[in-house]
Write a protein of this length. Structure first.
Length: 86
């Protein structure tokens, strides 16, 4: 796997979702899982309650499609995190 990151242009129509996901992800909980090889931090999913609370706090109203997109982004994030752990 290449260690270089490619810069991608995020369409303006969905840029707010990337920003929202980044905000939610920065506050996500992690679990510490110990094994013989050491310990790993496992990111927990962003719950629907956390998304709802964030939207209520910042007076955001998401469409069902936008909420589902945040869920899919979260799943992809956690899958990639698992791959990096091996």
């Amino acid at each position: 796997m290449s260690s270089e990151l490619k810069e991608v242009e995020v369409p303006a129509q969905v840029r707010h979702l990337l920003y929202l996901f980044d905000r939610l992800s920065s506050k996500r909980k992690t679990q510490v899982v110990a094994s013989l090889g050491g310990a790993a931090l496992i990111p927990e999913p962003i719950s629907s309650l956390e998304l709802e609370a964030h939207c209520r706090l910042y007076q955001l109203q998401l469409t069902p499609w936008e909420a589902e997109t945040i869920d899919e982004m979260d799943l992809a994030y956690r899958e990639e995190s698992a791959k990096l752990r091996g």
